[in-house]
Design a protein around this ligand. Structure first.
Ligand code: NAD
Length: 395
């Protein structure tokens, strides 16, 4: 099958197995070129391990720390002439590469919100690793069914208490246009907190603790975002912001509990990157394109893997200082939030139009990063060659 990108709005419905594998190899090369991270974790559980920040954490854990990794994710294999999802191909390539390097890698594909997947994961840890000393919580999901009540939460990315009007980007047409989003209903706010808030993170830690598979001094980390002021009505102060506040509250409660055995629970505020979930947030693609331009010019641009390598090597391990902010959070977004970066991006924000999009933003860079998420636009891959979309995840 010859696989080309088929983009539908903010999603690409095809993915390329060889492209995903080649991009993974670049990430591994980057991590190895930066050198091993001393004092890193031994056994890592990543919930949301196949794409974005979770996948990057898996790569850095394995190839930067030589840790055993168990990845939990929700991905689709190839069937009926359709390609598999990109996260499926990422995981297949990762597992082969890790095992070829003598590293343990196990995978659990299914709904991380369910009790069943938590139990399966605990059994796997018990059988193969004994305990885990790092648990990463990096889910971004379009829904969650509560395992006890059966209620299905659906998130809506909306402002709270006010209508939001702003510039936005139609990524298909490459047009800057006005967007207006009405305020969320109570139901929509509840839905977002139900999916992206802290309850499920807490349920994971409870299950791992009572299953006896959480090492006494374990660290658990969930990822979050704050971002530039122009996005606050829809992000930081919108439904997702309320969910992230709930996540932070959970982090504090978990931290107090885990501290009794010298463990810790942390929230890391990361920078904006192109991901399947961030491209779905109104305003964010335009914002990322502006930030990419400014940060690339300043030499401070990073993708997920670079960010997580910095998290491990400068904040978490090897005697590093967490450098927490006043609210007790890790700030990996420090380079993005640099006042000069924010000032330049805000200035371009006021001026950007469809006509000067290429001049003021790095929309081309955004689009390339977007296609790379699905295994496209890698220079070393022949995209006209026939490839078999049916790839197994070794397990
Ligand atoms: P992503 O969309 O790239 O990846 C999401 C992961 O979650 C995938 O591995 C997917 O398989 C998994 N997943 C989704 N639903 C699942 C389910 N029901 N069961 C099991 N696995 C499931 O996401 P991302 O952008 O890397 O976001 C991860 C976290 O990082 C989120 O909390 C997000 O808010 C945060 N974050 C993202 C950005 C950004 O710019 N993308 C910035 C800062 C923080």
């Amino acid at each position: 099958m010859i696989i080309k990108p088929k983009v539908r709005g903010f999603i690409c419905v095809t993915a390329h197995p060889d492209g995903c594998a080649a991009i993974l190899q670049d990430h591994i090369k980057y991590v190895k070129s930066r050198g091993p991270i001393a004092g890193g974790p031994k056994n890592v559980l990543i919930v949301g391990a196949s794409m974005g920040y979770g996948f990057a954490t898996r790569i850095v854990s394995a190839f930067g720390c030589r840790a055993a990794t168990i990845g939990v994710f929700f991905e689709r294999p190839s069937e009926k002439g359709r390609t598999a999802s990109a996260g499926w191909y990422n995981t297949a390539a990762f597992t082969s590469a890790a095992r070829a390097d003598g590293l343990y890698a196990a995978n659990i594909n299914g709904d991380a919100f369910s009790d069943e997947i938590k139990e399966k994961t605990i059994e796997r840890i018990k059988a193969d690793l004994g305990t885990v000393d790092l648990v990463i919580y990096s889910l971004a999901s379009p829904r969650r069914t509560h395992p006890r009540t059966g209620e299905t939460f659906k998130p809506a990315l909306k402002p709270v208490g006010q209508t939001f009007s702003s510039k936005g980007l139609d990524t298909d047409r490459k047009e800057v246009k006005e967007i207006t989003i009405p305020p969320a209903s109570e139901e929509e706010i509840r839905g977002m907190i139900g999916v992206m808030g802290g309850e499920d993170w807490s349920m994971w830690i409870d299950a791992l603790e009572s299953g006896g598979v959480l090492a006494p001094q374990a660290t658990t980390i969930a990822y979050s975002y704050i971002g530039p002021k122009v996005t606050w009505p829809i992000y930081n102060q919108g439904t997702i912001g309320l969910a992230k506040k709930d996540l932070e509250k959970t982090g504090k409660a978990l931290n107090a509990r885990l501290a009794r055995t010298n463990g810790r629970a942390l929230v890391s505020i990361n920078k904006a990157v192109v991901s399947q979930s961030s491209s779905a947030i109104p305003v964010v693609p335009l914002c990322i394109s502006l930030l990419f331009k400014v940060m690339k010019e300043k030499g401070t641009h990073e993708g997920c893997v670079e960010q997580i390598y910095r998290l491990f090597s400068t904040r978490l391990y090897d005697g590093a200082d967490l450098q927490l902010d006043e609210a007790g959070r890790i700030r990996l977004d420090d380079w993005e939030m640099d006042p000069e970066v924010q000032r330049e991006a805000a200035e371009s924000w006021t001026r950007v139009t469809t006509e000067n999009l290429n001049e003021l933003t790095d929309f081309d860079g955004y689009q390339i990063e977007f296609l790379k998420l699905f295994g496209f636009r890698h220079d070393g891959v022949d995209y006209d060659a026939d490839v078999d979309p049916a790839v197994d995840i070794p397990d």
